[in-house]
Design a protein around this ligand. Structure first.
Ligand code: SAH
Length: 449
C-alpha cells in the first residue's frame, strides 16, 4: 500500500533528516515531516508522495516527544531560519552530534565519534549579522525567507538577532513607507531596496547598516540618516549596489553614505577591521571557542610556517601568528584581503602576508615556489575544498591540517580524499555556532597516517 497526496496518517517519528525534519516510516516508506520531533506520535497530512518517500506536515501531535518545548517565536513554523525552536537545546545538540557522525560515516566512509560537542551558552540574540530581504506583495514585507522559497515572512523581531537590529529595521521600514521608496521586485527587476544588511561588533558594539539597492544612489538618503543616527552605536552607513537579477544578496560595489567604510571588532584578542564584503563568523562567543580549538589542533611551537586558506579578514591566521614563525593567508575577496593586511598592521603583526587569489590556484603557486607549510588551515565556504586543492595540500606534506567547516557533508567528503592520500582524521570537534538552526560548525585535525 503506498501513500497518496492528501492522505492523513498516524506516524511515529523515529529519526530526523539532515535538514532537521522528523522522519517516520509508513509501510517501509520514509515520511519526512518538518516540525516533528523524534519521539512524537503525530497525525500527518501527506503533501507530496513519491515512489520512495513522502513529505507530510503535522496536523496534530497525538503524543508529544519528551524533547519538545514551546517555540518562543511566532514566525518559526514558517520561517526558514530556525529548524529547532520547538526542541530542547540538549536534544538539538545530540541531533547535531549525530548529523556530523553520520556524515563522516556515510559520505566519508570514516567511523569517527566526535571528541567534543561544544554547545552555546547563549542560544538567543547571538548573531552579529542579519540580512533581511525586503519585498512587496500588496504590503511591505521585511523579514526572512520561508523554508526553501523566496517568499518573505514578515518578521519584526527575530530571537537570534540583537534587539537593536529590530529597532534599525523599524526605522528603515518607516522611512520606506513615509517616502514611498520603491522595493525591489525580483520578477520585473525593478524597484530599489533589496535587502537590509546589518552587522555589529560583539565586543566593540559598533554597527554597520548596509542597504542593498538596485540603484547607484539612495533617494531621501538624508532623511534616513537623520533617523538612523539616533542610534549612537551606528558607525557606518553604506549602500551595496546590486543590479543583477540574482539570488546572491550582495553586489561587488559598496558606497559609504555616512561614517567609516568599515567597523571594528575584536576576536581572540585580535582587533579586526571589517568591510561589508568581508566574511566574519556570525556567533562571536562560539567563534572564539572554535578558533581556540583550531589553535590547539595546530599544536604550534613558534617554528611553523602556517598557511591559512580561505582566510577572509585574516582572523584565524592572525590569532595564531604569535605562535608560529610566519603566516601566509589566501582569500579571493579583494576587500577581505585589504582588511586582513590592515588587521596585521593595526595589531603590530609582522610575520603575516596575504594573497588575493583562488585557494586551489594559490596553493599550486606556493607549492611551485617550494613553500613547505608545517600547518595548513582550511576554512572553505559550504561547498568545501576543490579536489585539486586537497591534492596540492597533500603534496605539500604539512605535519598537520586543521580543517574548519560549516558543512559536515563536504567536510566528510574532503576528509575521505585526505584519508586516501596518507592523512587521517585524528580529532574532531563540533561547535554549535548556529543554535536553533540546522547548521553546525566543525573543526578536524588531520595528521599523517
Ligand atoms: N577564515 C575566515 C573566513 C572563512 S569563510 C574566517 O574565519 O573568518 C570562507 C572564505 O573563503 C570567505 O572569506 C570567502 O570569500 C573565501 N573564498 C570563497 N571561495 C574562495 C576561493 N575559491 N579561494 C579563496 N577564498 C575563497
Amino acid at each position: 500500500m503506498s501513500l497518496v497526496k492528501n492522505q492523513e496518517i498516524e506516524l511515529q517519528i523515529e529519526s530526523f533528516s539532515s535538514e532537521g525534519s522528523g522522519v517516520g516510516h509508513y509501510d517501509k516508506m520514509a515520511v519526512f515531516v518538518s516540525g516533528a520531533v523524534v519521539g512524537d506520535k503525530a497525525l500527518v497530512h501527506i503533501i507530496k508522495a513519491k515512489k520512495t518517500y513522502a513529505i507530510g506536515k503535522v496536523v496534530k501531535i497525538l503524543k508529544p516527544s519528551k524533547d519538545r518545548t514551546d517555540s518562543d517565536c511566532e514566525a518559526s513554523a514558517s520561517c526558514g531560519g530556525c529548524a529547532f525552536r520547538h526542541i530542547k537545546y540538549g536534544a538539538e545538540l545530540e541531533m547535531k552530534r549525530q548529523k556530523v557522525e553520520n556524515a563522516f560515516l556515510r559520505l566519508g566512509g570514516i567511523d569517527k565519534e566526535i571528541d567534543e560537542m561544544i554547545g552555546a551558552e547563549s542560544i538567543t540574540g547571538y548573531r552579529n549579522k542579519a540580512e533581511y530581504p525586503v519585498g512587496f506583495d500588496g504590503r511591505l514585507k521585511i523579514g526572512f525567507y520561508a523554508s526553501h522559497t523566496h517568499r518573505i515572512i514578515d518578521c519584526p523581531r527575530c530571537a537570534l538577532q540583537p534587539e537593536v537590529f529590530s529597532e534599525i529595521v523599524k526605522i528603515i521600514r518607516k522611512w520606506i513607507v513615509e517616502y514611498g521608496i520603491s522595493v525591489y521586485n525580483p520578477e520585473t527587476g525593478k524597484g530599489i531596496v533589496r535587502h537590509i544588511y546589518i552587522r555589529q561588533g560583539a565586543v566593540s558594539k559598533e554597527i554597520m547598516v548596509c542597504l542593498v539597492v538596485n540603484s547607484d544612489f539612495l533617494p531621501k538618503k538624508d532623511k534616513l540618516l537623520e533617523r538612523l543616527l539616533v542610534i549612537s552605536d551606528i558607525k557606518s552607513v553604506v549602500i551595496n549596489i546590486n543590479k543583477d537579477k540574482t539570488n546572491v544578496i550582495l553586489g561587488r560595489v559598496c558606497k559609504t553614505l555616512w561614517g567609516n567604510d568599515y567597523i571594528y571588532d575584536e576576536l581572540c584578542g585580535v582587533k579586526i577591521r571589517l568591510s561589508p564584503l568581508s566574511f566574519y563568523q556570525v556567533n562571536h562567543a562560539q567563534a572564539q571557542r572554535l578558533y581556540e580549538r583550531a589553535r590547539e589542533y595546530a599544536s604550534l611551537t613558534g617554528e611553523e610556517t602556517l598557511l591559512d586558506m580561505y582566510c577572509g579578514a585574516g582572523t584565524i591566521g592572525l590569532s595564531m601568528a604569535d605562535g608560529c614563525k610566519d603566516v601566509i593567508g589566501v582569500e579571493i575577496i579583494r576587500q577581505a584581503v585589504a582588511d586582513a593586511r590592515v588587521n596585521a598592521e593595526i595589531n603590530g603583526i609582522k610575520n603575516a602576508e596575504f594573497y588575493c587569489a583562488d585557494a586551489a590556484e594559490a596553493a599550486k603557486m606556493l607549492e611551485e615556489k617550494g613553500i613547505k607549510p608545517d600547518v595548513i588551515v582550511l576554512d572553505p565556504p559550504r561547498k568545501g575544498c576543490e579536489a585539486s586543492l586537497v591534492e596540492t595540500v597533500c603534496n605539500m606534506s604539512p605535519d598537520r591540517v586543521v580543517y574548519v567547516s560549516c558543512d559536515p557533508a563536504t567536510l566528510a567528503r574532503d576528509c575521505k580524499l585526505f584519508e586516501e592520500s596518507g592523512y587521517k582524521v585524528e580529532k574532531l570537534t563540533a561547535v554549535d555556532l548556529f543554535p536553533r538552526t540546522v547548521h553546525v560548525e566543525c573543526v578536524a585535525r588531520l595528521v599523517k597516517s
